[in-house]
Design a protein around this ligand. Sequence first.
Ligand SMILES: Nc1ncnc2c1ncn2[C@@H]1O[C@H](COP(=O)(O)OP(=O)(O)OP(=O)(O)O)[C@@H](O)[C@H]1O
Length: 243
Amino acid sequence: MTDDSAALAISGVSHDFGSVRALDDVSLTVPRGGFTALLGVNGAGKTTLFSLITRLYNNRSGTIRVGGFDLRRQPSEALARLGVVFQSRAMDADLTIRQNLEYHASLHGIARRAAKLRIAQVLEDVDLADRAEARVSALSGGQSRRAEIARALIHSPELLLLDEATVGLDVKSRAEVLALTRRLIAGHGVSALWATHIMDEIEPVDDLVILHRGRVLRAGRAAEIAGGAGLTQSFLDMTGLAA
Ligand SMILES: Nc1ncnc2c1ncn2[C@@H]1O[C@H](COP(=O)(O)OP(=O)(O)OP(=O)(O)O)[C@@H](O)[C@H]1O
């Protein structure tokens, strides 16, 4: 069963690369307006899952619904509700932030006048209003990530997928990107699925899904999963990585 009221509802999804089972009967839900952390070490299957949600890979088993729309049967409705920040850069480094955003707005069929307003809004949302004319190649790591988030927001998605959005950033920029994502959720009703292997990024009140070797080991409120032992110890215990 999938939850139509959820921002994202995944049920019974598996994926193989030849003989390697990257995802094994994965089910999870991202509630509307919520921040859900997807925690897993390298190779857990986070990127494969994102590739299925974005239709980079074909999903052959189970169901994926974005905002209630089935990705297989209603792909354009589902994808219109989805914004993605990939690990790799999706912006052209030789262009300015504004030029990149204009290009992505046109890809989404946003008319020029509406795009202008939307670009001003998303730049405001990610604290880059004063850097619109800067080339992407001239941005710091943190600014570049925030520009990527602006790009992902351009078509006003209901759900943001962020795949290790803080990788390679210093502590301050990492905190800024995370705080920005949380602000978007609180202020704009966006939902987020935040894939990470960094436990410090997870708050006790967050919804948490633990993915390990392609399987969901636990899902629930982070504080409950952490229990008395703390999140790191619980994670090590349930994955067997402590041994
Ligand atoms: N294109 C591919 N061909 C073969 N195996 C793959 C491919 N992509 C991923 N895998 C395998 O699938 C499993 C899940 O990988 P995936 O990249 O989804 O994990 P991840 O949690 O995103 O890790 P990372 O943080 O390192 O990206 C791993 O065993 C990986 O080796």
